[in-house]
Write a protein that binds this ligand. Structure first.
Ligand SMILES: Cc1cc2nc3c(=O)[nH]c(=O)nc-3n(C[C@H](O)[C@H](O)[C@H](O)COP(=O)(O)OP(=O)(O)OC[C@H]3O[C@@H](n4cnc5c(N)ncnc54)[C@H](O)[C@@H]3O)c2cc1C
Length: 366
């Protein structure tokens, strides 16, 4: 089958990988480079973890995601998952930090629970006076997105797929099965896969009924010198507790120490607009990390990275069929960790035409 994929983030790249493995003739079109620094998948690292709070469906599906990544590492000849484990903490009763722990309990996921003083002994960047407890799970850590993208692009080229980089899909005729590019080229395909991330509404405007676009940013931080070694060995931080929805990724394999928070996202109209950091954004995000981080003002903001992404109302992933085009969005801020599995499932659906099984799986209702 000839398959044309619009969008070379993790979903498009992984779909291209899985379809190529199944013997299909794949052309992947990406408007930027791979990795594309403006895409959600283009950042240095993303967290993979077993904690999903009340979303038990995804807590179950994540096992398949780990297996799919293992298959990818075998094909690439090396792993891009840094197994640092995952830490979280609670600041007050019923906060997200506590909800993630309750999710672990329901799923039977083992964790080590630390009193505040013990947590600060193990992780000296924490202020023990500000937390009720911290807990650590071994499963999970950081996925090195930029390395994954580069290696996947290389694997695809080596295995016969065609990559059209810096080439924009301008129009999709889902009935005829054609994809029109900005340079005037027309690609004919038996099936079209649209994995356009934050740009999907430009190609499939009717999805605005289900998807809302947001602009957010992450901050890369330089810790004070005497805390650098604690961070160098630190796990990923799933949630700092409290009400900011803040998380952190430690420096791993040459990446920086990164922080993000659900509190700083805001609705947007255009994924390409407002992509330059505004004055003081990084410091504002940094300051949300205290509590529970100690000495927060001693952290320098090294750089800020803006991001665009879409959310569904229930934070679940989405697929949608229009003629020969299958549109998939593993969105709502938690899709990267499922990337390799999304690619495999997408390839299965392209072959079988069983869109409803795909949607059930994407919504973790299978
Ligand atoms: C700040 C932030 C933190 C996150 N943290 C995590 C995390 O820790 N763990 C996790 O699992 N998930 C996380 N996510 C979510 C995760 O990054 C996304 O779910 C995932 O990367 C989406 O991948 P995608 O391939 O669907 O979309 P994208 O990565 O956005 O890729 C879409 C691609 O399509 C291309 N494209 C779009 N339109 C066209 C066109 N017309 N023609 C050609 N190419 C086009 C774009 O250039 C882009 O490269 C986070 C997201 C953000 C924004």
């Amino acid at each position: 089958m000839k398959v044309c994929i619009a969008g070379g983030g993790i979903a498009g790249l992984a779909a291209a990988w899985a379809l190529t493995k199944r013997g299909h003739q794949v052309t992947l079109v990406e408007q930027g480079s791979i990795p594309n620094p403006l895409a959600a998948s283009g950042d240095e690292h993303r967290m993979i973890r077993r904690g999903f709070g009340s979303a038990d469906g995804y807590a179950r599906t994540i096992s398949e995601a780990f297996t799919a990544w293992d298959e990818l590492w075998r094909d690439l000849g090396r792993s891009h998952l840094s197994h640092r484990g995952v830490l979280a903490m609670s600041q007050f009763e019923g906060d997200d930090g506590e909800n993630f722990r309750l999710g672990y309990d329901r799923m039977g996921e083992a964790y080590e629970l630390y009193e505040p003083k013990e947590a600060a002994r193990r992780y000296p960047f924490l202020d023990p006076a500000t937390i009720r407890y911290a807990y650590f799970t071994r499963a999970g850590g950081a996925l090195l997105c930029q390395r994954i993208a580069s290696d996947l692009a290389r694997w695809l080229t080596d295995n016969g797929a065609t990559l059209r980089l810096n080439s924009r899909v301008d129009a999709i005729d889902a009935d005829k099965g054609t994809v029109g590019l900005g340079d005037g080229d027309l690609i004919a395909a038996d099936q079209i896969v649209v994995t356009a991330g934050a740009w999907v509404l430009q190609l499939v405007p009717e999805l605005s009924r289900h998807l809302t676009l947001y602009r957010t940013f992450v901050a890369y931080l330089t810790p004070p010198d005497d805390l650098a070694s604690a961070w160098a060995d630190a796990p990923a931080i799933l949630d700092i507790g409290g009400e900011t929805g803040a998380y952190m990724l430690p420096p791993v394999a040459g990446t920086g120490l990164k922080a993000g928070a659900s509190l700083v996202k805001r609705p947007a109209c255009d994924p390409d607009a407002d992509r330059v950091e505004s004055h003081g954004e990084g410091e504002r995000l940094r300051d949300l990390l205290s509590p529970p981080l100690a000495r927060i003002r001693e952290y320098a903001v090294a750089r800020v990275r803006t991001c665009a992404y879409t959310f569904t109302a229930d934070d679940k992933f989405l697929s949608y069929r229009r003629g020969k085009a299958l549109i998939v969005s593993a969105c709502s801020g938690h899709g990267y960790k499922f990337g390799a599995a999304v690619g495999r499932r997408l390839a299965e659906a392209v072959e079988s035409g069983d869109d409803s099984s795909l949607l059930r799986w994407l919504r973790a209702e299978a």
